[in-house]
Design a binder for this molecule. Structure first.
Ligand code: TRP
Length: 452
């Protein structure tokens, strides 16, 4: 039984809600470290090309699937073809994997907010500060537990709307502040090399890994290939243009990621001379680099505090939406009581997140496929399951229900301008690229780490 769905009000309501889910740590924390690691400008270029082809087609497809059926992922696939219901289930696993480690990072952000608010930002600018912090046992777990506890309380008491309201005010402030910090950073001596590295594509850095990383990031950042946009689409009114909405969400999401990179990557060059170890820092990049930027800034302590507060809100709206998704999957499937489900998901995420936290310190030598826990969870969701879900979605739409079904839904509000591009990407470009990339990445892991 499907209850009557409430809808987003107005045209902008949908875009804001979807953008609220899309903009989060993916843009501010994940994008810059990937861009730094995978060759700077070439990563940026590949990402943008993927965004206007893959991203556009998949987001359009997912939103239209949701709006057409009025159902979330599992139901939507099932309603159109019973055999494909498993794609919905596969997609549902993704938020369950992401939520725990997302909250570990959320805990780091909370800690940095506390550090700056209490006026200790200077200490955080030291080289070893972040490493010492995450390799500890009790402290990172404390912040992680606090973060996921707050997330769970919001979901438990159903006050998401309140948080959303606050974050709608904060999001534009975050954009303005990021642009300001990015411009400031560019003028730090030595940063210009970093700006060039970040913007100018250097084809010698190109590899299949660049594409895989960019594709995983695209899915992650735009909340694609995990059923989320299908759910959002199911709440969308029939008179709102899907095509226009998709463009707006994409521009917003990519814009924020771009400025986050511009704020962080050049700073890495300014403070480390762009040596390989610094560029390849991975998940720690933002936390190691930004305190150094704030340290050189007049009023940097306060700006740092404001910055981490804004990032915390962007992260919270995403983790709330992630937890909400997981809770409703269990509630729908097992008909559990909502409060109890919240508690179970909270405890589950806490337990699953622990290795991701400890893996930076005492458990750092325990590796899966050569990766630490946090990187492993990140890899398995972004580089394996999500591409797989995206591939199956393309096959489903391209060859089972046919692109026309989606195009008709899009055309409800007027001509579908990029229908040809959409059909081409869904039927040929995306499936072929994803298959090639998946094969090469699996081979890479298998060959390098002696999987067998
Ligand atoms: N897109 C979010 C970000 O960039 C993260 C995210 C992934 C997410 N999947 C989600 C958010 C599902 C809400 C719901 O940080």
């Amino acid at each position: 039984m499907e209850q009557k769905r409430s809808s987003f009000t107005g045209k902008i309501g949908f875009v804001l809600a979807a953008a609220g889910s899309a903009v989060g740590l993916g843009n501010i924390w994940r994008f810059p470290y990937l861009a730094a690691k995978y060759g700077g400008g070439i990563f940026l270029l590949v990402y943008i090309i993927l965004a206007v082809t893959f991203g556009f087609a998949l987001m359009t497809a997912e939103i239209a699937l949701g709006r057409k059926t009025g159902l979330s992922a599992v139901g939507a696939f099932k309603a159109l073809n019973k055999k494909f219901a498993f794609v919905g289930y596969l997609a549902a696993i993704v938020p369950m994997i992401i939520l725990p480690y997302y909250s570990v990072i959320g805990g780091w952000v909370t800690k940095y907010l506390a550090v700056f608010v209490s006026g200790q930002g200077r200490a955080a600018a030291a080289d070893t500060y972040f490493g010492d912090f995450i390799s500890g046992v009790a402290e990172p777990i404390f912040w992680f537990a606090l973060y996921i506890g707050v997330t769970a309380l919001v979901v438990l008491f159903g006050v998401e709307k309140g948080v959303e309201k606050v974050s709608k005010i904060m999001m534009p402030v975050l954009v303005v502040l990021s642009v300001f910090i990015a411009i400031y950073t560019m003028f730090i001596p030595g940063a210009l090399d970093g700006v060039i590295y970040y913007i100018k594509p250097d084809f010698s850095h190109f590899s299949v890994k660049t594409v895989l990383a960019a594709m995983g990031q695209l899915f992650y950042s735009m909340s694609l290939a995990m059923g989320i946009m299908i759910t959002y689409g199911s709440y969308m009114k029939k008179d709102v243009s899907i095509e226009t909405s998709v463009h707006q969400i994409e521009i917003f999401d990519t814009g924020i990621a771009f400025f986050a990179g511009l704020m962080i990557v050049p700073a890495v060059f300014a403070f480390s001379g762009g040596n390989a170890a610094a560029i390849n820092a991975g998940p720690s990049l933002m936390f190691e680099t930004l305190p150094k930027v704030f340290d050189t800034m007049y009023g940097g302590q306060i700006i740092g505090a404001v910055f981490f507060l804004l990032v915390l809100f962007a992260a919270l709206t995403s983790s709330i939406s992630l937890m909400e998704t997981v809770v409703s999957i269990f509630c729908d499937k097992f008909k559990w009581n909502r409060k109890l489900t919240c508690l179970i998901v909270f405890v589950g995420a806490l337990v699953i997140g622990l290795p991701s936290s400890l893996g930076n310190g005492v458990w750092k030598d325990i590796r899966i496929l050569g990766l630490r826990f946090l990187d492993f969870f990140d890899f398995i969701s972004n580089s394996v399951i999500m591409p797989l879900v995206a591939l199956l979605t393309c096959i489903f739409i391209g060859y089972v229900i046919k692109p026309k079904t989606i195009a008709d839904e899009v055309a409800l509000t007027g001509k579908f301008k990029n229908e040809k591009l959409f059909t081409f990407v869904i039927k040929y470009l995306a499936p072929i690229c994803i298959i090639l990339i998946l094969i090469s990445s699996v081979l890479d892991v298998v060959l390098k780490d002696g999987f067998f």
